[in-house]
Design a protein around this ligand. Structure first.
Ligand code: IMP
Length: 198
């Protein structure tokens, strides 16, 4: 018997004591905005092969969905960096944990980042990539916390500008948790929550 199509299941957030989440951007809005971002990118590069560079791990759902919306010739690769954090605050130190597998020389690169916060990670990455002589270098971010910027960097394509709140879901984590939420949510702590967060 054919399976009946069901609407999207409600994903239980797996909350720990002292933590709660509030939906900031529902998944349907993310999906809609991704189509627009893909259209904007393809308008700028109608016939070019695009090489997406995903910054692990927050980019995974964003890159996977964006790559399928882009159409045309698309390849992708990933790298991983650690941005040292204390709880939900970045200390600004960046370290390369996993390098790219494929040469980027002469390619049209689109760096795919989950969130632009202080901008220190992106600044580090742009310097790294520019040394390797890509043909063009553009940046797409799903979320931009403009008020938090320290480094003088910007994204060429921005999904949503958001306020200075700590967000999780759609790939974004807190201590590796909550990445599997389909919506982008604000993570909230009560006084007990932050102490128990690790
Ligand atoms: P940066 O401060 O722009 O260098 O951002 C460093 C990294 O911190 C981002 O790539 C994210 O992985 C992480 N980050 C910054 N803000 C948030 C947030 O609100 N939720 C989850 N991760 C975040």
């Amino acid at each position: 018997m054919a399976k009946q199509m069901k609407s999207r299941a409600i994903v239980r957030p797996g909350l720990r004591t002292g933590e709660s989440v509030r939906v900031l951007i529902p998944h349907a809005k993310v999906t809609q905005r991704l189509k627009e971002l893909a259209r904007d990118i393809r308008r700028d590069f109608p016939k070019e092969a695009l090489h997406l560079i995903g910054v692990l791990k927050g980019c995974v759902f964003f890159l996977a969905d964006l790559a399928r919306e882009l159409g045309g010739e698309v390849s992708f690769d990933f790298l991983a960096v650690s941005s040292y954090t204390k709880g939900t605050d970045s200390t600004g130190e960046v370290r390369l944990l996993k390098d790219l597998d494929i040469s980027i020389e002469g390619k049209t690169l689109i760096v795919v980042e989950d969130i632009l916060d202080t901008g220190l990670t992106l600044k580090y990455l742009l310097r790294l990539f520019e040394e390797k002589k890509p043909k063009k270098l553009r940046v797409v971010v799903l979320l931009d916390k403009v008020d938090r910027r320290i480094a003088d960097v910007h994204a060429d394509y921005v999904g949503f500008t958001i306020p200075n709140e700590f967000v999780v879901g759609y790939g974004l984590d807190f201590s590796e948790r909550y990445r599997n939420l389909t919506d982008v949510c604000v993570l909230q702590f009560d006084s007990a929550g932050k102490a128990k967060s690790k």
